[in-house]
Design a protein around this ligand. Structure first.
Ligand SMILES: C[S@@+](CC[C@H](N)C(=O)[O-])C[C@H]1O[C@@H](n2cnc3c(N)ncnc32)[C@H](O)[C@@H]1O
Length: 241
């Protein structure tokens, strides 16, 4: 963490040039992530928000003008929580584990899903806490082929060189949507917002076709669930005839 912070606070000229080149090529990724969120915030009204992997409140800080007094919970590692509490005080609730109870109108996962290796269990746990919408963004997702694991070299955007490595799981975009569907959340919007191919350049060609997507999942209504079950029984009865 200290090494990472040090790199971030002492960017070299080469770091700045690289960052400008990245922005020139892909644009600054933030508006692409944050614009759909603003619409989701309007729908959410003042219902509590759960931000998993929300760092020290980075997303909260960007969104704060639109949040009013909306209760906001960040789940992240102990160090991020410690820094977050120092920066944002009591305005945001920081915790190191997923809440065990509660209902959140909007749950957000920005740049996080790839670090959660057992994402199926996680999606299932998250769905029990989420009352309406789950927004996923900035995780590389594979467009064809099965999920795979890889090792990410963590290089801060403004850092000179590697700050460490960690294991990531790159999910196939449809497999991930299936996990949400099984947890009772349907995909209502999916937009490919940035190719991640270049960042995957050290992998064999067949693993590189990955992108960032903005994906919005909505809880399947009780009415629709009843219809689905009724439909299944009807099909089963027909099969027995
Ligand atoms: C790339 S950062 C994204 C931070 C922030 N959401 C943003 O968009 O700027 C990924 C975050 O996910 C957190 N993270 C990784 N694994 C996690 C887990 N199992 N549970 C909660 N947070 C996790 C990391 O600590 C880190 O803050």
């Amino acid at each position: 963490m200290n090494r990472y912070a040090d790199r971030l606070s002492h960017p070299t000229v080469a770091d700045r040039v690289r960052e400008l080149a990245r922005i020139a090529r892909y644009g600054n990724g933030l508006p692409r992530t944050m614009s759909p969120l603003r619409a989701l915030l309007r729908r959410n009204g003042g219902a509590p928000i759960l931000d998993v992997g929300g760092g020290f409140g980075d997303n909260f800080i960007l969104l704060r003008k639109h949040l009013g007094e909306t209760p906001y919970t960040v789940v992240d590692g102990a160090e991020s929580c410690r820094v977050g509490r120092r920066v944002l005080g009591d305005r945001v609730c920081f915790q190191t584990d997923l809440p065990t109870e509660g209902q959140y109108g909007l749950s957000i996962l920005i740049g996080t899903l790839q670090y959660i290796l057992d994402s199926k269990s996680f999606i299932s746990a998250l769905s029990r806490l989420s009352g309406d919408t789950i927004f996923v963004s900035r995780s590389p997702l594979r467009k064809a082929g099965d999920d795979f694991y890889s090792i990410q070299d963590i290089t801060p955007e403004q850092g000179a060189s590697s700050a460490g490595e960690c294991v990531v799981r790159v999910r196939n975009v449809e497999n991930m949507a299936d996990d949400f569907a099984q947890a009772g959340f349907e995909l209502i919007e999916s937009k490919e917002v940035m190719s991640y191919k270049e960042q995957m350049s050290s992998l064999p060609e067949e693993y590189r076709d990955c992108s960032y997507f903005n994906m919005t999942f909505r809880k399947v209504g009780l009415m629709l669930l009843c219809l689905t079950f009724t439909g299944q029984r009807y099909t089963a009865e027909l099969a027995m005839v």
